[in-house]
Every structure is written in structure tokens, then in C-alpha cells.
Design a protein around this ligand. Structure first.
Ligand SMILES: CC(C)(COP(=O)(O)OP(=O)(O)OC[C@H]1O[C@@H](n2cnc3c(N)ncnc32)[C@H](O)[C@@H]1OP(=O)(O)O)[C@@H](O)C(=O)NCCC(=O)NCCS
Length: 196
């Protein structure tokens, strides 16, 4: 079972609730994606501004392949994260994480708090390893994952094409679920005033 809603008080004071996504979040999540600055969504794998992306997310959740969470503050979605896990094949022990946080909520520990929920879910699913895919130019996202204990495992040259058609390298970051958990417990003790 997914744990209950988690309340997090961010560094600059706002209170955020992180919980599993439900179908009724579709519109608000779409609004959240539309409001992301172009440079934050430019390199996300899917065109998250299309309503079809949110519907696809719900369908994958229903099928047990995706575990999306949303972070809410004052009734608005200010962050999202998703854990994907394959149901078949030789990598059923490996999960893939993605997340995004609204600009005005970045650098306050929300990305870390969302990842912690995804790691908790990964533990519940008995996954061993998590990977994140980040385009080389996304320095903030790379630092965020490295700060959370992920290491660069591979770089795929010219693997992604941005909206303007320019090709860029894709960095695969990875970590063992058990290691991330230990690492995050230490980080949370450092900078998260309250979570419960
Ligand atoms: C990646 C992302 C979700 C991080 O969210 P966040 O709420 O800012 O994360 P945190 O506040 O928990 O940051 C954790 C650490 O990451 C590092 N970090 C985060 N953003 C950074 C930036 N822009 N520049 C440098 N370091 C950064 C910092 O070390 C930070 O800790 P600190 O503030 O104590 O120094 C956010 O930057 C984002 O939405 N980016 C756009 C979408 C994206 O690229 N997603 C990744 C693809 S999966």
C-alpha cells in the first residue's frame, strides 16, 4: 500500500502535502505542467503539456506500471513525481523516476521530499535499483539527483532531440534503493524542518 499523505514544511515555510495522484487531479496537473517554464520542461521525455500525457499516466497507474504522486500547496499542484516499474522482462527489479517542481517551490527541499516518497514506494515494491534520465544541460536536475546519492552510470551521446531539433547527451543516473534511503535520511535530518 502507498503510505498516506505526507505533510512537509519546506525551508521557506510553505506547507505541502504529497500524496498519490487520483483521476480528479487530471486538470490541476495539466495546469501545473502548462505553468512550468519552458527551460524546465524542454528536456522532459514527453510533451507534458498535452492532456493525453496525464491520461496516459493514469492508465499506467491503473495497470500497475506507474506510481505518480502530486505535491499540493494551498489547493494547487506545485510538484509531481512518478515511479515507473516494468512488469515484464529482465529489469523488473529496476524502477525509473521522474519529477518536476514549480519554479517558485524549487530549492526548498520539495524535490528531495518527492523522491523520498518514490523511494518508499520502490522499497514497498521490492525494487533494488532506481534510475533517472537527465539531459546533460539540465545542471540543476543533475545536481539534485547527485546530491541525493545518485551516480552517473552512463551517458548516451546525442540521444535526445530538444524541441528545436538540437541533439543532446542523455545521462543515466542510478542508485541502489537501500543506499538512497540511507542517504536521504541523513539529508532530511539536515534540512527538512518537519514531515509527517
Ligand atoms: C530537479 C528538480 C525536481 C529538483 O527540485 P527541487 O525542489 O529544487 O529539489 P531540492 O530543493 O530538494 O534540491 C536538492 C538539491 O539539488 C541541488 N539543486 C537543485 N536545483 C538546483 C539548481 N538549479 N542548481 C544547482 N543545484 C541544484 C541542490 O544541491 C539542492 O540542495 P540545496 O538547495 O540544499 O543546495 C527541479 O529542479 C525541477 O523540477 N527541474 C525541472 C524538471 C527536471 O529537469 N526534472 C528532472 C528529470 S527527471
Amino acid at each position: 500500500m502507498w503510505p498516506d499523505t505526507t505533510k512537509v514544511v519546506l525551508r521557506q515555510g510553505p506547507e505541502v502535502h504529497i500524496r498519490p495522484m487520483v483521476a480528479a487531479d487530471a486538470e490541476a496537473l495539466h495546469r501545473f505542467f502548462l505553468a512550468l517554464p519552458e527551460e524546465d520542461r524542454l528536456f522532459l521525455e514527453d510533451d507534458v503539456t498535452k492532456p493525453a500525457f496525464v491520461q496516459q499516466l493514469l492508465a499506467e497507474q491503473e495497470a500497475g506500471r506507474a506510481f505518480p504522486v502530486v505535491a499540493e500547496a494551498s489547493g494547487e499542484i506545485v510538484g509531481y513525481g512518478v515511479l515507473y516499474r516494468p512488469l515484464f522482462g529482465w529489469s523488473t527489479h529496476v524502477g525509473r523516476v521522474r519529477m518536476a517542481v514549480a519554479r517558485s517551490f524549487q530549492r526548498q527541499g520539495l524535490g528531495t521530499a518527492i523522491l523520498r516518497e518514490l523511494v518508499r514506494k520502490a522499497q514497498g515494491l521490492a525494487l533494488d535499483k532506481l534510475v533517472a534520465e537527465v539531459v546533460e544541460d539540465q545542471v540543476g536536475a543533475l545536481r539534485a539527483f547527485e546530491r541525493l546519492g545518485f551516480h552517473r552510470e552512463a551517458t548516451l551521446g546525442n540521444h535526445v532531440q530538444d524541441l528545436s531539433g538540437k541533439k543532446r547527451d542523455l545521462v543515466l543516473l542510478a542508485n541502489d534503493v537501500a543506499h538512497i534511503w540511507e542517504h536521504m535520511e541523513a539529508l532530511v535530518a539536515d534540512f527538512e524542518p518537519s514531515a509527517g
